[in-house]
Design a protein around this ligand. Structure first.
Ligand code: HEM
Length: 148
């Protein structure tokens, strides 16, 4: 009999499987970039990307496969990566972080994933998104703090 995978998300490849494996993750990332490139709410972060999003789609999908406990497909093709570091040249503050997370939340909502996995995934993605914001604000302090 087919037993559903009872391992908690974050254990082994449970998250990768809950996301539908590589095909499910590629579908989610296509939804993410389709939305980002067509919805004005995400115009600021869309404008930071290269005109041709094919490589961006491939890189993010491959990264998430490994990050969710599946095969390390990003490393295989592009080498080692530090997520905050590769964003250090970009002007990402709280509004840009939240654009990214909102766009991803809506892309994830459209996938056929279990509801508890959708919640888990977005909680987990907040962590690197916030690390990116912190790295970028350290690299390029934008506005002086108030009252200084
Ligand atoms: C906080 C909000 C974020 C924004 C606004 C953002 C934006 C971007 C942009 C504009 C690029 C393309 C950079 C370029 O080609 O010059 C990029 C690349 C990338 N991002 Fe993000 N990102 C964010 C968060 C994240 C998070 C949370 C992850 C992973 C969980 C991630 C994974 C990646 C990867 C793997 C690449 C490709 C890096 C490379 O190989 O060059 N990003 N991001």
């Amino acid at each position: 009999m087919d037993e559903p995978d009872k391992r908690p998300y974050g254990t082994g490849d449970a998250s990768f499987r809950a996301a539908g494996g590589e095909a499910g993750i590629r579908c989610m990332i296509d939804a993410f970039y389709d939305l980002m490139s067509t919805d004005d709410r995400f115009a600021t972060i869309y404008a930071m990307h290269p005109a041709d999003l094919e490589i961006s789609r491939d890189k993010l999908a491959r990264f998430l496969c490994g990050w969710l406990g599946g095969p390390k497909l990003y490393k295989e093709k592009y080498g080692a990566i530090g997520i905050p570091r590769v964003h250090g040249h970009l002007a990402i503050g709280t509004p840009e972080r939240d654009q990214w997370l909102t766009c991803m939340t809506e892309a994830v909502a459209a996938q056929p994933f279990a509801a508890d996995f959708k919640r888990y995934l977005m909680e987990q993605l907040f962590v690197p998104a916030e690390a990116v914001r912190r790295k970028c604000s350290a690299e390029q302090p934008s506005e002086p703090a108030e009252n200084s």
